[in-house]
Design a protein around this ligand. Structure first.
Ligand SMILES: Cc1cc2nc3c(=O)[nH]c(=O)nc-3n(C[C@H](O)[C@H](O)[C@H](O)COP(=O)(O)OP(=O)(O)OC[C@H]3O[C@@H](n4cnc5c(N)ncnc54)[C@H](O)[C@@H]3O)c2cc1C
Length: 431
């Protein structure tokens, strides 16, 4: 291996260092700052929000159980509200204080209509700006254009991070911290430390935002600017791999060659849809995704990986109850052990790098649960400092109490799981 030639400038110390400013990292940084800690958040791109903004995934999946009851609160609710505060998008008006009132439900039933689910589409760019305001006002030091490029382990313990090395416009810089949270979405920081990770599988999906004269006309009619946006497609494979071309090898997203293969093939495919020259002035592409739309890159093994069989299961160390975005009635709890590992004393993760297996990983990685695990990681990092403990050993009751005070539902109510649904899932390995 070639020797590194260059200098690393030491930039100082902080309490909590958050790597990656997606929704999970933003929540983690905000939560730690609200606990009174000095927080630095480094983001390799030029805006906050990660996939939710830069990646154009501007939709909060449902945060309810599909029967008119909201399950995910805390910062998931706060960020959802923030995402639509200054831009387009609405939450279903049927929800009152986290529930659809019984008479409204009956009216839906009488008409044979499905209940609306609690979530919202939002303006990716305006949400990114609103996150910058929220975090700077909370006192978080934001370092944009700063990519985590390595870590320096503690000389006395190779599993403890002493400092993180960033590649910035000024060159290589290092920051020391007491606790580190990896919310890079690809576990870059943990990978540099040598933490065992699991790779995912990604299909051929690439979707930008477009505009056309026709869509603008519709927007004018509806008086809703969001109707002006259309989707500009490259690959259109779904979460389940439907429409993934047979000739294309799936992507894992951890190799530069893989990322480039994905980007170049998808960009050329998208361009091929815009070669109808007679329509040149009728439509445009407004934005390309600023990061690969890979759902799963790396996740930690964790001290516990959430499994699909854990639906309806209560965990003593739950940090949030969450709902399944695609399957009505399925409720999970995120165990704290999915965010940390006993062997690594001062590192946590959150968001899509939290430990999960099979479809349970999909359930915990989407936007609302990613925010909730970020919030828990931020508070846990702060508690680890205050309690003088390793992250895995923080007082779980104190963590749960702090989360409850922040309006997070820690345990779902068994009464919300219909008996027939529980039996159906017990008897069949239904996916
Ligand atoms: C195609 C697709 C469709 C989806 N659909 C939905 C949906 O409809 N609704 C929904 O709720 N969820 C959806 N998801 C999932 C959801 O978008 C993500 O799981 C969630 O946003 C992950 O948030 P995160 O903060 O964990 O990670 P990310 O959003 O990946 O954030 C990580 C951040 O870290 C930064 N970063 C990466 N490496 C480094 C580094 N080395 N140094 C510094 N910074 C770094 C990145 O730039 C990024 O800003 C979808 C995902 C995909 C790909």
């Amino acid at each position: 291996m070639a020797e590194f030639i260059g200098t690393v400038t030491k930039k100082g110390c902080t309490d909590v260092f958050v790597a990656g400013g997606g929704v999970a990292g933003s929540a983690a940084a905000l939560a730690a700052a609200r606990c009174g800690k000095k927080v630095i958040l480094a983001e390799k791109s030029l805006k906050l929000g990660g996939l939710a903004t830069l990646g154009l995934i501007n939709l909060f999946v449902p945060m309810c159980n599909g029967r008119g009851k909201q399950i995910q609160f805390g910062m998931a609710e706060e960020f959802l509200r923030l995402s639509i505060r200054y831009g387009y998008g609405d939450v279903p008006k049927e929800y009152v204080n986290g529930r659809i009132p019984e008479d409204v439900k009956r009216a839906y039933e009488a008409e044979g209509k499905k209940l609306p689910r609690y979530g919202a589409k939002f303006s990716a760019e305006i949400f990114a700006l609103a996150l910058t305001e929220l975090l700077t006002e909370a006192g978080v030091t934001l370092l944009f254009d700063s990519q985590v490029a390595g870590v320096e382990a503690d000389p006395g313990d190779p599993n403890r991070i002493k400092s993180v090395i960033l590649l910035t416009a000024s060159g290589f810089e290092s920051y020391e911290a007491k606790e580190f949270i990896d919310t890079t979405g690809n576990a870059d920081l943990l990978h540099f430390l040598g933490v065992p990770t699991v790779n995912g599988i990604n299909y051929h999906t690439y979707c930008g935002q477009g505009i056309s004269l026709e869509s603008c006309r519709k927007a004018l009619e509806k008086e809703d600017v969001s109707a002006a946006l259309t989707s500009a497609d490259g690959g259109t494979a779904t979460l389940y791999g439907t429409r993934h071309p047979e000739s294309v090898k799936v992507y894992d997203g951890t190799e530069s060659s893989d990322v480039n293969r994905y980007l170049i093939s998808n960009q050329l495919e998208m361009l091929s849809h815009y070669k109808d020259e007679e329509n040149r002035k009728q439509r445009d592409i407004v934005t390309l995704p600023g990061m690969p739309q890979f759902r799963e890159i790396r996740r930690i093994r964790g001290d516990y990986a959430l499994k699909d069989e854990d639906r309806f299961r209560h965990f003593d160390d739950s940090i949030a109850a969450i709902s399944d975005f695609s399957r009505r009635d399925l409720l999970f709890e995120i165990p704290y052990r999915a965010l940390c590992m006993k062997a690594y004393p001062n590192v946590l993760t959150a968001g899509r790098t939290a430990a999960g297996d099979g479809f349970a990983w999909d359930v915990i990685r989407v936007i609302p649960p990613a925010i909730l695990s970020g919030e828990a990681a931020g508070i846990a990092a702060s508690h680890a400092i205050d309690e003088g403990k390793t992250v895995a050993d923080v007082d779980i009751r104190a963590l749960q109490k702090a989360l409850e005070e922040a309006n997070v539902l820690i345990h779902f109510d068994d009464a919300d799981v219909p008996e027939e649904v529980r039996i159906e899932y017990e008897n069949n390995d239904v996916h």
